[in-house]
Ligand binder design. Structure first.
Ligand code: HEM
Length: 312
């Protein structure tokens, strides 16, 4: 027998969960019901985001990512991006609570705070957010699983550069030649900022090849075989941007609600939240933008046929 709408969504149970702490005797006000509902809504979206991030991570985590699997990873990321955008607007609903009315029940929250949202920490862990010593304000965070950042790094590391495949004969010198030629080409176009490119590549060998791979994809964007890789990189940037904007809009809502008061979770409040908008996970992806050069000035492409679509 087919379930009813309500059975399928388990609505009866879901709609009983807006009472505040279990066993609480006092009735919650209309404002507090609003406060709880908005939070629960966000946490449901977090659940969706976590699931989608895991799917994208799993696709990218294989040792060889088939070209045809990239669109699916992009698809998962697009869903996360749209959800973050929606959540950025959702703060407006929270703001219909007047700051003075919030004070009617704020003390009852005690030390409870979004700070303790374990789903928030899982989202950050899945993205690849690094906290100092794996700790946030002294509390150890569990991040044993691979992040989207980890698998992206591994994937970029394997990028064929000038047609040269990782581990093949002469790969090291092909990569070095590409880097040298790029540095030269950059110097011609932007002599004043050439130091930035040198610093970009003045790193240990694994990071160096990974960065060269990233720069190669970003530079030779029009090559058919690089179409999906570059789309994936754009989506990663868009994803992080959407998350940063969501953090920023939370901070602005909080400033309007509690001004410069400290948070119930014990942080400095708005200052702490503003600080979190400075975090970047995909640092190289942001960094590479400052060292790009015009298409016409790029080093000559070698083995261009390697990047053509091949019939099966
Ligand atoms: C009246 C509404 C709200 C106020 C005044 C507020 C205030 C704050 C403050 C001050 C913090 C910093 C930590 C602390 O010391 O408590 C914080 C963190 C946080 N809040 Fe809110 N918040 C509100 C609503 C929401 C809602 C609706 C959500 C949705 C789930 C949310 C999610 C979070 C998260 C995830 C953090 C941790 C951020 C991080 O550590 O990066 N907040 N909030």
């Amino acid at each position: 027998m087919s379930p009813t709408y309500s059975e399928y969504l388990r609505l009866e149970e879901l709609l009983k969960l807006q009472t505040g702490v279990e066993g609480k005797t006092r009735e919650i006000s209309n404002d507090e019901l609003h406060f709880i509902l908005v939070h629960q809504n966000f946490e449901l979206w977090f659940k969706l985001i976590i699931n989608e991030l895991k799917c994208a991570r799993d696709i990218l985590s294989s040792d060889f990512v088939e070209e045809e699997n990239l669109p699916q990873a992009v698809h998962h990321m697009e869903r996360v991006i749209e959800t973050f955008k929606l959540m950025s607007m959702q703060w407006k609903v929270m703001e219909t609570l007047e700051p003075q009315d919030f004070l009617n029940f704020r003390d009852d929250l005690g030390t409870a705070s979004g700070f303790e949202s374990f789903q928030m920490r899982e989202m950050e862990n899945l993205m690849g957010q690094k906290w100092v010593d794996g700790k946030l304000f002294g509390k150890k965070l569990d991040s044993k699983q691979k992040s989207l950042y980890d698998v992206t790094c591994e994937w970029l590391f394997r990028t064929p550069i000038q047609g040269s495949i990782l581990g093949s004969d002469g790969d090291e010198s092909s990569v070095n030649n590409f880097i040298d030629e790029y540095v030269e080409a950059h110097k011609k176009q932007y002599p004043d900022t050439n130091q930035e490119v040198l610093e970009f590549f003045d790193v240990e060998a694994t990071t160096r090849r990974r960065r060269a791979g990233l720069l190669f994809i970003e530079s030779y964007r029009s090559l058919p075989l690089l179409a999906w890789p570059r789309k994936l990189i754009s989506k990663l940037i868009e994803l992080e941007q959407a998350m940063v904007l969501w953090r920023a809009s939370h901070a602005r809502m909080v400033e309007r609600m509690i001004g410069r008061r400290i948070g119930t979770g014990g942080s400095s409040g708005v200052d702490y939240l503003d600080m979190t908008t400075k975090f970047r996970v995909f640092i190289d992806l942001w960094l590479v933008r400052s060292i790009l050069i015009k298409k016409d000035s790029l080093p000559k492409l070698i083995n261009s046929e390697f990047y053509e679509f091949k019939g099966k």
